[in-house]
Write a protein that binds this ligand. Structure first.
Ligand code: ARG
Length: 570
């Protein structure tokens, strides 16, 4: 519809020049003023004339009526002035010639744009803390982050996905002590992260009775920091065990990263940045620790060095940002984390600008809300931890049972169950505004009815099945629309490019998720009300097949942008 708006706006500009000479408003001003009426029976786009009344010195209804008498081209089938609004209806001719042909021609590229051409976007997401459970709290950063990466790629950006692993810190001293005391290599290799977490839990239980263990852990971490070869080897092994498990989950989601440079990678890059903060004259000693005072900016101080000189989370992030700017020359660097970290990012973004760097505005924090499952809040420490791996498996099992019951002969059963089960969870999660707290309900996510992933993937599979039953058809035949549901479907498909734009502008994948439901409803209405394969007229059948193909293309592109797979049969 962006194109349609532009076309309408250029006619409005001409009509204004005739009726209100001297106006300085241009077609692009009018394009920005055009709205979508809540009720499409009034029109497909509308110009509210209220803002024009002062400069045109006329009442809005008069302006609308005057402009309605202007000259409009074949793209517009009706122009009406109603209570200060100028309403336009899109013509069927435009829908088939411009919209339908654009979708079919662009195919996998339909909806994309080139706003990011020549630009680099770094995305820091997922970033779990090694040797700790990868739980449902990480779902947000993982799927919002990856969807934003796909959206930016769709807009022509060169994207670099970074998994900023939490792979450094005193917890590794604890792991090393615990492993040497109670661990067994083969057992842990067989049990994966579970074995590591069990060791970690045991360490804390034992340390309560014997606080000397904490000192031992500190000493082991110190040795690790000093590159003790045995500790380094053990540390690498622990990371390897964790990564192996993350990669299973990433594989189910179709996610790959361009870099796994975690916190440890920046250890030798921090001193130079600490020096730079000092040189900028903003480093203050406060009770032995080194801080940057941010009172002037309404924030608590940013901690740079602890009393003992060791570095902190913000210090690492500052060094990482400088390294990424130097290495990737990014135009944007996006961080996706829970809203609980918003202050942390605001603080160190400010420090970066106080250090004299001029790219603070290209650092973007994208926060998201908390997740609870069927009502119970999830906290890592409460023991009520739902692992992402288990959540996915539960969904996959349920889908498998449904397939066994309804479609036991389905080929690629395992692959499809995984795509639908995992997809259901992702879709359910990405349906909400990211900043809202979410209550996760497995039953709602897995339902084949309503605003769900299975419903969307099922609709996609329906388009595939119609097309495969149709076999070859005449793609060059001139389409012509006969039923209102055909036009309505095309109008929805026409919205995709601007949905992509606003999802990127707002860093909000839910714009796409909700749009997918709009496409599904429009397609299903068309499917139920218009005969496709059994249409008597060859021309009508051809047009409907083209529409089905356009719906398939749009749905497929949109589903992939939110990390869902698109099985052709369910
Ligand atoms: N590992 C951190 C956590 O689990 C998230 C890291 C986010 N990225 C960053 N550059 N700070 O809370």
């Amino acid at each position: 519809m962006i194109q349609f708006k532009k076309t309408v706006a250029s006619y409005i500009e001409k009509a204004v020049n005739v009726s209100f000479p001297g106006s300085e408003l241009t077609a692009s001003d009018f394009a920005a003023m055009l709205e979508y009426p809540p009720d499409t029976s009034m029109g497909d786009v509308a110009l509210p004339c209220f803002k024009l009344s002062r400069s045109f010195r006329k009442a809005p209804p008069m302006i609308a009526e005057t402009l309605a008498a202007g000259e409009y081209g074949p793209e517009i089938s009706e122009v009406n002035a109603v209570s200060g609004y100028l309403n336009f209806k899109i013509s069927n001719d435009y829908l088939t010639k411009d919209v339908l042909s654009a979708v079919l021609e662009k195919g996998e590229k339909y909806g994309s744009n080139e706003s990011g051409k020549g630009k680099v976007c770094v995305l820091d997401y997922s970033s779990p803390n090694v040797a700790k459970p990868f739980h449902i709290g990480h779902l947000g950063t993982t799927v919002i982050g990856h969807s934003l990466k796909l959206l930016h790629e769709f807009a022509g950006y060169e994207c670099i996905g970074i998994n900023h692993l939490g792979d450094w810190g005193t917890q590794f001293g604890k792991m090393i002590v615990a492993f040497r005391k109670w661990g067994n290599k083969e057992e842990i290799e067989a049990s994966g992260i579970d074995g590591l977490v069990a060791l970690y839990v045991k360490f804390h239980a034992e340390a309560e009775a014997d606080p000397a263990l904490e000192d031992e852990a500190r000493a082991e971490f110190k040795k690790l920091e000093q590159n003790d070869p045995e500790n380094i080897e053990l540390w690498k092994w622990i990371i390897g065990i964790s990564l192996k498990e993350y990669e299973i989950t990433y594989g189910q989601l179709g996610i790959t990263f361009d870099s796994y440079n975690g916190e440890s990678f920046y250890t030798d890059k921090m001193p130079a940045q600490v020096q730079k903060i000092r040189d900028a004259g903003i480093l203050k000693i406060d009770d032995g620790a080194s801080i940057v005072d941010l009172e002037e900016y309404g924030m608590p101080p940013c901690l740079i060095l602890k009393k003992d000189g060791s570095t902190l989370y913000p210090t690492r992030d500052i060094a990482a940002a400088v390294y990424r700017k130097d290495t990737y020359k990014f135009d944007k660097c996006i961080y996706v984390t829970s809203a609980g970290q918003s202050l942390h990012f605001a603080q160190w973004f400010k420090v970066v600008s106080l250090m004299g760097y001029d790219w603070e505005n290209s650092l973007i924090h994208v926060p998201y809300g908390t997740v609870s499952i069927d009502g119970a809040k999830l906290a890592t420490r409460s023991g009520n931890v739902v692992l992402l791996r288990d959540l996915f498996q539960q969904a996959i099992d349920k889908v498998n049972a449904i397939i066994d019951e309804k479609n036991p002969d389905l080929p690629n059963k395992a692959e499809t169950a995984e795509a639908v089960g995992v997809g259901a969870i992702v879709f359910h999660y990405l349906f909400n505004n990211r900043i809202k707290d979410i209550n996760f309900s497995m039953d709602a996510a897995l339902s084949f009815e309503g605003n769900t992933g299975p419903y969307a993937q099922y609709t996609y599979a329906r388009t595939c099945s119609v097309l495969s039953k149709a076999g070859d058809f005449d793609r060059s035949a001139v389409p012509s629309l006969t039923e209102p549901d055909e036009a309505e479907l095309l109008k929805v498909l026409a919205l995709f490019p601007e949905k992509v734009e606003s999802a990127i502008k707002e860093y909000e994948p839910s714009v796409i998720t909700r749009y997918i439901i709009e496409v599904c409803s429009a397609f299903n209405r068309f499917y139920h009300n218009c005969q496709i394969l059994s249409a008597e007229d060859e021309g009508v059948k051809n047009t409907r097949l083209l529409l089905t193909e356009a719906a398939k293309i749009t749905l497929g592109n949109a589903l992939r942008l939110i990390c869902l797979k698109t099985p052709e049969k369910i």
